[in-house]
Design a protein around this ligand. Structure first.
Ligand SMILES: C[S@@+](CC[C@H](N)C(=O)[O-])C[C@H]1O[C@@H](n2cnc3c(N)ncnc32)[C@H](O)[C@@H]1O
Length: 276
């Protein structure tokens, strides 16, 4: 059994709140930037193309993509979280379409209805990855492109090691895995996943991104909003405060004048549905 198909930590859509959705909309520059600068260029989108953004969140990247494909094109943004879909719909103001849907069930869309499908900072959250890829392939026209990025459990974000150290230092009755479940797909498992789903011309690259945080509270707020409330969800308020203090202690020696830097790693991939 592979990491992509074995039973995954349960990710809940029930933790999202209006505040988390709003914070994500205001602070998701990291996701927007790697989407705009790395993921979207890899699709080589053209004016007039039809594009599906799966797990679009509050629609910032879909808005950018709508400006590339222009008025003769079509962008559809879907996300399972109704609160984020509401913000995306407000942002779209008719320039792109927005609806509630999950990667594993794109039945709202006919076969072969898009030129390109992408998932930006989404695939690691998707519970049934083979099903999601089968749906993406179904809605793509022949020769259509897919692009996505995913966390890699073999190359975790710095945050992962930080949480491990802090959970131990805080003496919490949980493992780091319970506090922050491992998500993502090892790079070696990605190509077989895409190939089994019927994609060809697979290409992947690992990228790293540095973020400077001024305060631990900022780090926790960004991690909580981008995980739609799953980060630290198992902890009580008291335990969360103990962990916050422990994170501060662990980070203090690493602080520079601007704050502290944490590196994230994401595998970016592209593939194509065969012509026949
Ligand atoms: C970090 S946000 C990324 C949002 C957006 N793509 C961006 O670039 O800002 C992760 C998103 O993945 C979505 N998501 C989680 N599981 C999903 C699934 N099974 N299908 C589709 N989207 C999913 C969440 O609802 C959330 O909006």
């Amino acid at each position: 059994m592979t990491a992509a198909t074995q039973s995954r930590p349960s990710i809940s859509f029930e933790h999202d709140t209006p505040e988390l959705a709003e914070v994500y909309d205001q602070t998701s520059d990291r996701q927007f930037e790697h989407g705009k600068n790395v993921l979207i260029p890899s699709l080589n989108l053209q004016p007039g193309e039809h594009v599906l953004d799966v797990g679009a969140g509050t629609g910032r990247l879909a808005e950018y993509v709508a400006s590339i494909v222009g008025p003769s094109g079509r962008v559809v943004a879907v996300d399972p979280l109704p609160l984020r879909v509401d913000l995306a719909r407000r942002r779209a103001n008719g320039r792109f379409e927005v609806s509630v849907a999950q990667a594993e069930d794109l039945s709202a869309f006919p076969d072969e209805s898009f030129d390109a499908v992408y998932l930006n900072s989404v695939f690691h959250w998707v519970q049934d990855k083979p099903r999601a890829l089968a749906e993406a392939r179904r809605v793509l026209r022949k020769g259509g492109r897919i692009a996505l990025n995913t966390q890699n459990p073999d190359k975790p974000h710095d945050l992962r090691y930080l949480v491990e150290e802090a959970v131990t230092a805080a003496g919490l009755p949980f493992s780091a895995e319970q506090v922050q479940p491992t998500i993502g797909v090892p790079q070696t498992e990605l190509e077989p996943l895409l190939t089994s789903a019927g994609f060809v011309d697979y290409a992947a690259t690992l990228h790293s991104f540095d973020t400077l945080y001024s305060e631990v509270d900022e780090l926790i707020a960004l991690s909580t909003s981008s995980s739609f409330g799953n980060f630290l969800a198992v902890l009580s308020d008291d335990e969360r405060e103990r962990l916050r203090l422990a994170i501060e202690q662990v980070l203090e020696p690493k602080r520079s004048s601007g704050g502290f830097n944490l590196t994230r790693y994401l595998t970016f991939l592209t593939a194509r549905k065969p012509q026949d």
